[in-house]
Design a protein around this ligand. Structure first.
Ligand SMILES: *Cc1c(COP(=O)(O)O)cnc(C)c1O
Length: 392
């Protein structure tokens, strides 16, 4: 019996792991890794062929399988999602200096990809219920200089796509999703990869489906395939023609092999996380000042994060104190996302456009805490976590 024991969807076999407090550190995420023997057989093939990168057979196979899984005609792999975001923004040839409306409640890569493209991020507020971008605030922020909306399905909560799509259509804007947290999620029965003009997924080791480092750009248009390929490959069309200013965003064959193997096991991990989400609900539900993430009826969750919000006016301990007390027990929760983008040096003091006097993002950033959420979390860990929260 190890601290890495698995959790069943029902939680029924959890009891075998209770007992003395776990001492090994527990992190917010744990990489999903394929069986090493299975990986070895891929490595043997790669070594035998010496085809190690540059659109090799495993990356092509992975692209095909991902396109089928996510129901999109265009699915192009990247070495990471940040390069994927750069390329997704580049794809639409947005006017230099034009404004891209985005959320401050996200990972740094979202805002940086806008600025790195010589575009101007315009931050707007988030919705209180699920912390995704608020379409009313987006509408307030639209100006003649606006060229795109870069929305984030943050924590696997899916943005209000209906409202965003209407605004994008009405004002002739591109609608791009940072879907780093939303691999395999559905919105009203639609796979999220098909929403908007483009979506970008991260396959970083912290993400449920991962290739250690990696990313994916999807669009609904088959004709985007070639342009994304060129942007990803230095703009090189053939030995004698370079047709655009591209970057190097290629995924290598070792990572593609890990992706192919993880494709077979990530649904199992997702099922375990569903069970774990229920257990968290049982353990933390109903505590004063502790708000668990609600998953709306029309959304099939990606099970990327387990978010709680701690309202210090209602609970005895505040978020930072809870994080510290968990850390004393070797349980490392993370303040995703604190600081928010408008607290970063390059974007400091940029306004957050909001219908409220005080943007909700400024409130939420002091409340959010992501708890360990993967199949390595045991009943013993949950007991320790519960004890910290119950002291609130
Ligand atoms: C992880 C993440 C990224 C960046 O992904 P990389 O693959 O590490 O470049 C971008 N946006 C969000 C919201 C993320 O969580």
């Amino acid at each position: 019996m190890t601290a890495q024991g698995l959790i069943s969807a029902s939680g029924a076999d959890l009891d075998i792991h209770s007992g003395p407090a776990a001492v090994a550190p527990l992190y917010v995420s744990q990489p999903l890794l394929p069986d090493q023997t299975a990986l070895n057989s891929y490595i043997e093939k790669i070594w035998a062929s010496k085809y190690v990168t540059n659109h090799g057979p495993f990356s092509l196979e992975l692209e095909d399988r991902l396109a089928a899984l996510l129901h999109v005609p265009t699915a192009k792999l990247f070495n990471n999602a940040t390069i994927g975001l750069l390329v997704a923004l580049k794809l639409f040839e947005l006017p230099p200096g034009s404004e891209v409306i985005t959320t401050p409640m996200t990972f740094a890569a979202t805002a940086h990809s806008i600025a790195w493209n010589n575009l101007r991020p315009v931050f707007v507020d988030i919705k209180e219920d699920d912390l995704t971008i608020d379409p009313e605030a987006v509408e307030m922020a639209i100006s003649p200089r606006t060229s795109a909306i870069l929305a984030v399905h943050v924590y696997g909560c899916i943005c209000d796509h209906g409202a965003l799509q209407r605004l994008a259509h009405l004002h002739g804007l591109k609608l791009i999703y940072d879907a780093a947290h939303a691999f395999g999620a559905y919105w009203n029965g639609c796979p999220v990869a098909s929403l908007g003009h483009a979506s970008v997924f991260s396959f970083h080791a912290t993400k449920l489906f991962n290739t250690l480092e990696g990313g994916l750009v999807t669009t609904n248009r088959p004709e985007d395939r070639e342009r994304i390929y060129l942007l990803r490959n230095f703009g090189i069309k053939n030995e004698e023609e370079v047709v655009s200013v591209g970057i190097n965003g290629k995924m290598n064959e070792l990572q593609a092999a890990i992706g192919l193997l993880n494709l077979d096991i990530f649904e199992g991990e997702r099922e375990k996380r569903k069970g774990l989400r229920q257990r968290y609900r049982q353990v933390l539900g109903g505590l004063d000042g502790v708000l668990l993430q609600e998953v709306a009826e029309h959304i099939t969750q990606s099970e990327q994060y387990l978010l709680v919000r701690i309202d210090q006016e209602k609970s005895r301990l505040n978020r930072d104190e809870i994080k510290k007390k968990l850390a004393e027990k070797q349980i490392f929760a993370r303040k995703y996302f604190y600081p928010i983008c408008t607290d970063y040096e390059p974007f400091r003091n940029m306004p957050i456009i909001s219908k409220r006097a005080r943007p909700y993002a400024q409130v939420a950033k002091h409340q959010v805490l992501c708890l360990p959420f993967h199949s390595g979390v045991t009943e013993a860990h949950l007991d320790l976590i519960a004890a910290v929260f119950q002291a609130c």
